[in-house]
Design a protein around this ligand. Structure first.
Ligand code: AHR
Length: 684
C-alpha cells in the first residue's frame, strides 16, 4: 500500500465483470510493473473492456423521475398557479398570504366569511367591505404569491376569480399586477359589473416593457363602497403546451433535458399523509379546480391546493413522454394510522382499482368516462403501479404483508399485465418489482455502496431504486454530491439487468427561505428562475448517453481513500441505541462502467474521478475489429467538491462536450480532478 495524493491509502485492486465484487486480482508489485511497462507511470489505472461480450442489458426504463409535494414542488413550483391560498382554505382563522389594500384614504376590512360558502368543497369565502372609497381612493385585496408574483415583459397572464356582490354594490372591479410599493401597475383589466350571485370573471393581463421582477402582488380593487365576496382567485403565466391548468415552462424544460423514462408519483410521504384523512385522496384532486377542496399536506407541513391533481400528473407524463409509475395509497399513514387487511381495507383497494381505471380505462368505463369528462378521453399507458411507500416503517409485524396481498390480488385479477411494485419485502406474493431507497450522508458513503448490486442474487424481484441521493449540499447538491451520485449510477447501470428503474429524490426545491423541508434536492427555483444542480447534470449525462448492453470491464490499479463510516442513525422517530462507529473502509476514488449501442456500435465509457488529482487511465478495448480514433467526451468537472450551482449562479458547473482524437483499441486518457466523463467511441 502507498499513500495517494489525497492523503489516503492507495490499494491496488481490480474490478471484474458486472457481477463480481471489488477483488484484488493483480498483486500490487505486478500491477505497478504492468503499468510502468506501458510507460504511464505508477498511477495509471488500466481498464479492459470486452466490447464483443454482453454482461447485461440496460433497461430502457433505467432513468426516471420521482416526485411529490415537498419543498413547494408544485404549489410555488412546477404547478404554474401564481396565487397562494387561492380558495382561502389554507388557514381557517385568517386569509393568510392576502393583504387589505387601502389607497389614497380609502378604507375597508377584509375577513374570511364561512357564512358565505363558495361551494361544497370550499366552505368559506373572502369578504371585502369597503367603507370609504371616492374619487381616486381604492380598496381591495392583494395576494403576495409564492414569494412574489413574477412579472416578465410582454407576457400574457390569465387571471380569473369568482365574486358575489352584496346589496347595493355592483363594482366595477379592477384586477391588476402591481409592484409591491404600489408605484407600478404592470397590467390590469376591468370587470364592469358584479352581480349578487357567484359568477366567474376572467381577464387576460398583458405586461408591456416591464423589468423582470418578483416584487409584485395581484390586486383586485374597487373605487366604490359596499360589500363583495371572493373565491378561487387565480393567475397563470404561459404554461408548457399551453395547458390551462398547466406547468411552468422553465422547469419543464429542465426536466425535458433529462429525457426521463418515467415519473413515480405522488410520493413519497405525500401519498401516505401523516393520517389517513390527509393522504393523497385522488378522487378529491380531479375535476374543475374550483371544486377541489385541497388538503393539508401534513407529511411536509404546508397546504396543498391539489391543483396538481391526478390528471395533471398524467398530463405531465404525456408532455415529457414519460410512463407513469402510479403510487397507490395502501392503508398506512406516517403517524402510524393503518387499516387492517380484510373488510376495512376493501374501500381503499376499491379506490386504487378505480384510480387505475381512471388512468388506463377506456372512455366506456366508469372512471375512464370521468377522465374523458375531465378533458382527456384517451387512456394513458400504464405498466407499473406501486402499493404504498416505504412500508418497512410500518412496525406492526405483518401489516404490509396482508395489505399488499389484498392490493396485489385485486390488481392482478383486473389488470394481470400490470407490474406491481412492493415497497418492502413480502413473502406471500411473487411481486414483480421491489422499490429500494438509499439516502447517503456523504460522497464516500454513497461511493462505498456503488458495487452493492454486483453481488445481489438475480433470483428475486427486479429492483426499482425509487429514491436515492448523496445528501451533500443544500438546497441543491454540490459537486461532491454529484460525484457520489455518479459513482452510484455506474453501479446501477452496470447492474441494469436487475435495477430496471431508478429515480433521485427529492426532485425539486423552492430556494426561498421557508421553501425547503428536505435539504439536497435535484432542481432549484424561485418565482423567477430555475436551475439544475451538478447532480442534475450528472444524471442527464447518464440518461442521455448509454447503450443497450453492458460490457464487461476489468480494472487494475484503481486508487482508494480511507473513509470512516458514521455510526448508524435511527429514522422516522425510531431512535436506536447509540452504536459504535464501524471500522474505516477503503473506498475507490475511480468508478466506471461501459455500455454499447448494439445497433450503432457506439461505446459509452463512463469514468468518475473523485480524486483531487488528474487520473491517467489506460483503456484497452477487445472484441472489435477496430475503434475509431475520433470520438466525443462529455465532461463535467469542478475545481473543488464544494463548488455548486445556485439560483444566482445557475451554470457554474455544467457538462462540456468536446471532440477527441487518439482513441482506439488501446489508448490513455487523463481524467480531470473531481470529474465525471462519458467517452463516446465508435466501434467497428
Ligand atoms: O424524499 C423525501 C422522503 O424520503 C420521501 O417522501 C420518503 O419516501 C422518504 O423517506
Amino acid at each position: 500500500m502507498t499513500r495517494n495524493r489525497d492523503g489516503g491509502r492507495r490499494r491496488y485492486t481490480g474490478y471484474s465483470g458486472s457481477k463480481a465484487m471489488f477483488t484484488r486480482i493483480i498483486p500490487v508489485a505486478f500491477c505497478a510493473l504492468l503499468v510502468a511497462a506501458q510507460g504511464q507511470g505508477a498511477d495509471a489505472v488500466v481498464l479492459q473492456i470486452k466490447a464483443g461480450q454482453v454482461a447485461a442489458h440496460v433497461s430502457p426504463m433505467l432513468y426516471g423521475l420521482m416526485t411529490e409535494e415537498i419543498n413547494f414542488s408544485y404549489d410555488g413550483g412546477l404547478y404554474a398557479e401564481l396565487v397562494r391560498n387561492r380558495n382561502f382554505k389554507e388557514d381557517p382563522k385568517e386569509p393568510v398570504h392576502w393583504q387589505l389594500v387601502q389607497e389614497q384614504g380609502g378604507t375597508g376590512t377584509m375577513a374570511l366569511d364561512p357564512s358565505q360558502p363558495f361551494n361544497g368543497a370550499i366552505p368559506t369565502s373572502l369578504k371585502l367591505t369597503v367603507t370609504q372609497a371616492a374619487g381616486s381612493q381604492r380598496v381591495g385585496i392583494a395576494n403576495e404569491g409564492f414569494w412574489g408574483i413574477p412579472v416578465q415583459p410582454n407576457t400574457r397572464y390569465r387571471a380569473s376569480f369568482y365574486a358575489k356582490a352584496g346589496a347595493g354594490f355592483s363594482g366595477p372591479l379592477r384586477i391588476a399586477i402591481v409592484s409591491n410599493d404600489g408605484a407600478t401597475v404592470h397590467a390590469s383589466a376591468q370587470v364592469r359589473r358584479v352581480t349578487g350571485s357567484w359568477k366567474k370573471y376572467e381577464a387576460v393581463l398583458t405586461t408591456g416593457k416591464a423589468k423582470p421582477s418578483a416584487e409584485n402582488r395581484l390586486v383586485i380593487s374597487t373605487g366604490s363602497a359596499g360589500t363583495v365576496w371572493f373565491s378561487m382567485v387565480s393567475l397563470f403565466p404561459p404554461t408548457w403546451n399551453n395547458r390551462p391548468n398547466g406547468s411552468r415552462k422553465d422547469i419543464m424544460q429542465i426536466l425535458a433535458g433529462m429525457k426521463p423514462a418515467f415519473l413515480r408519483f405522488p410520493g413519497g410521504n405525500y401519498v401516505e399523509g401523516r393520517t389517513i384523512a390527509t393522504r393523497f385522496d385522488w378522487k378529491r384532486t380531479i375535476g374543475d379546480i374550483s371544486e377541489r377542496p385541497g388538503h393539508m399536506n401534513d407529511a411536509w407541513r404546508y397546504w396543498s391546493s391539489d391543483g396538481m391533481g391526478l390528471l395533471e400528473f398524467l398530463e405531465w407524463c404525456e408532455d415529457l413522454h414519460m410512463q407513469p409509475v402510479l403510487a397507490l395509497y395502501a392503508g398506512y399513514s406516517l403517524a402510524g394510522e393503518r387499516v387492517a387487511p380484510g373488510a376495512d381495507l376493501e374501500p381503499f383497494v376499491k379506490d386504487a382499482i378505480d384510480e387505475i381505471e381512471y388512468v388506463m380505462g377506456g372512455a366506456g368505463t366508469t372512471w375512464g368516462a370521468r377522465r374523458a369528462k375531465d378533458g382527456h378521453p384517451a387512456p394513458f399507458k400504464l405498466e407499473y403501479v406501486e402499493v404504498g411507500n416505504e412500508d418497512q416503517f410500518d412496525r406492526q409485524t405483518g401489516s404490509y404483508e396482508g395489505r399488499f396481498a389484498q392490493f396485489f390480488d385485486a390488481i392482478k385479477a383486473k389488470y394481470p399485465k400490470l407490474n406491481v411494485v412492493t415497497t418492502a419485502r413480502v413473502s406471500g406474493r411473487n411481486t414483480d418489482v421491489l422499490d429500494e431507497h438509499y439516502y447517503r450522508r456523504s460522497e464516500d458513503e454513497m461511493a462505498s455502496h456503488a458495487h452493492d448490486y454486483d453481488t445481489r442474487a438475480r433470483t428475486g424481484p427486479k429492483i426499482f431504486v425509487g429514491e436515492w441521493a448523496t445528501r451533500v449540499g443544500a438546497p441543491t447538491p454540490n459537486m461532491s454530491g454529484a460525484l457520489g451520485d455518479a459513482a452510484w449510477m455506474t453501479g446501477m447501470e452496470r447492474n441494469s439487468d436487475l435495477v430496471i428503474m431508478s429515480s433521485y429524490a427529492p426532485l425539486f426545491v423552492n430556494v426561498n427561505k421557508g421553501g425547503m423541508q428536505w435539504p439536497t434536492d435535484l432542481i432549484g427555483f424561485d418565482a423567477m428562475a430555475s436551475y439544475g444542480s451538478p447532480a442534475y447534470y450528472a444524471q442527464q449525462m447518464f440518461s442521455l448517453h448509454h447503450g443497450d448492453v453492458v460490457l464487461p470491464v476489468t480494472a487494475q490499479g484503481v486508487p482508494t481513500r480511507e473513509w470512516q463510516p458514521p455510526a448508524p442513525a435511527g429514522r422516522r422517530g425510531a431512535p436506536e441505541p447509540p452504536q459504535p462507529p464501524p471500522p474505516p473502509q477503503q473506498v475507490p476514488t475511480l468508478f466506471f462502467d461501459a455500455t454499447r449501442d448494439s445497433q450503432a456500435g457506439t461505446i459509452y465509457l463512463k469514468v468518475v474521478n473523485r480524486a483531487g488529482t488528474p487520473q491517467p487511465v489506460r483503456v484497452e478495448i477487445s472484441g472489435l475489429a477496430a475503434v475509431e480514433p475520433k470520438g466525443q467526451a462529455i465532461t463535467m468537472s469542478a475545481s473543488s467538491p464544494d463548488d455548486t450551482n445556485s439560483i444566482t449562479e445557475p451554470a457554474k458547473i455544467v457538462p462540456i462536450t468536446t471532440n477527441v482524437e487518439g482513441l482506439g483499441a488501446s489508448f490513455t486518457r487523463t481524467f480531470p480532478p473531481y470529474s465525471i466523463t462519458v467517452l463516446q467511441m465508435k466501434g467497428k
